[in-house]
Design a protein around this ligand. Structure first.
Ligand code: TYM
Length: 344
């Protein structure tokens, strides 16, 4: 992939509250990658409408996710922050990729099966097609690296398959036009660290999620110190003290989850946390986890609240980001149209 300029792309849906899973699985990675890569971070509002949304709430959520990006330390001047619907090329490339991807590939997507559940015949076609739009998000910038949580891994593999098939199907045109071996890079998922899958605080076998009906299952970025403390105090645990070695976490999903959260928040590893807290009971460990979580999250929550007050500022960031993203996306679409044989 030497021919491709390294570029990071990732997206977050503006639906419901942002939670600790989004923060540790994705947003902290976004922040770190700014040091080494050109980054594009997108509020994926076209993905949000794959399930019904109330317009006023959607608008507020788009601004809230943007505020979270900025509050967490994303530099929207050096990098690009925008909302997906302002750059029409995402939807345009998605159509092209719809014609490249195979039905059988989409039928394997486990997230669709989970989300559609028994109501399969009655969900939107957008929900089914969602991973294709996601591939388009990444490929329209010819992004090489995609930081995400573990739950997005299968979608990233699909994006790679689509990129590869496009490169093969149009190989001759691609090489005649001087794009070398392939037009699209095969985007690499970046799924690393101790919190790639943060679990529910009520059930260590379920993912922490925006759609869980119990607010006690997750810590929201907007939670204040008291709420964070209460949620961690109530988090499900088992009766044993913490083990000293990683192996001791096997079959203890709640313990493993809290240790993983602690490690990610202090940027260490589960092994290091267990070195410090092995043998300790949960009430002591939870107190330390509360202090750490409050110290890390409440400044972000406060900054988010302040930023969301200034709608004009947020909207200007999104507009400026979209203008810069559009230039890159249009370049890709021009080349794609030439490769496909469209007249333009
Ligand atoms: P979304 O909005 O559900 O989640 C945003 C990011 O947070 C991660 N995440 C988690 N990480 C660890 N533990 C959890 N419990 C947890 N819950 C969520 C997600 O993996 C994700 O990285 N389809 C994507 C958005 C998207 C996208 C893209 C991502 C659209 N286009 C292109 C990357 C590239 C989604 O629904 O994320």
């Amino acid at each position: 992939m030497a021919q491709f300029q390294p570029r990071v792309f990732s997206g977050v849906q503006p639906t419901g509250y942002l939670h600790l899973g989004n923060y540790l699985g994705a947003i902290t990675k976004f922040v770190a990658l700014q040091e080494t890569h050109d980054c594009i971070y997108c509020v994926v509002d076209l993905h949000a409408i794959t399930v019904p949304q109330k317009p006023a709430e959607l608008k507020a959520s788009i601004r809230e996710v943007t505020a979270a990006f900025l509050a967490a330390g994303i530099d929207a001047k050096k990098h690009i922050v925008f909302n997906q619907s302002q750059v029409a090329e995402h939807a345009e490339l998605a159509w092209v990729l719809n014609c490249v991807a195979r039905l059988g590939w989409l039928n394997r997507m486990t997230q669709f099966k989970e989300k559609a559940g028994r109501d399969r015949e009655n969900v939107s076609i957008g929900l089914y097609d969602y991973p294709i739009l996601m591939a388009a998000d990444i490929l329209v910038y010819r992004a090489t690296h995609v930081p995400v949580g573990e739950d997005q891994k299968q979608h990233l593999e699909l994006a790679r398959d689509i990129a590869q098939k496009f490169n093969l199907d149009f190989g001759e045109e691609i090489s005649v036009r001087g794009h070398g071996e392939g037009f699209f890079p095969l985007p690499e998922p970046l799924i690393q660290g101790p919190a790639t899958r943060v679990m529910s605080l009520r059930d260590g076998t379920k993912k922490m999620s925006k759609s869980d009906p119990s607010d006690y299952s997750r810590i929201n970025l907007s939670d204040d110190a008291d709420t964070i403390a209460q949620k961690i105090r109530k988090a499900k645990t088992d009766p044993e003290p913490l083990p000293s070695e990683i192996e001791g976490l096997a079959k203890r999903p709640e313990a493993e989850n809290l240790v993983g959260i602690f490690a990610a928040l202090e940027r260490s590893s589960k092994a290091e946390v267990l070195q410090a807290y092995g043998g300790v009971n949960f009430s002591t460990f939870k107190s330390a986890l509360i202090d750490l979580t409050v110290a890390k999250l409440t400044p972000i929550g406060k900054a988010m609240a302040e930023l969301t007050q200034d709608q004009a500022y947020i909207d200007a960031i999104l507009g400026d980001g979209a203008a810069r993203a559009r230039v890159l996306a249009q370049n890709t679409m021009h080349a794609v149209k030439d490769i496909l044989g469209f007249v333009r």
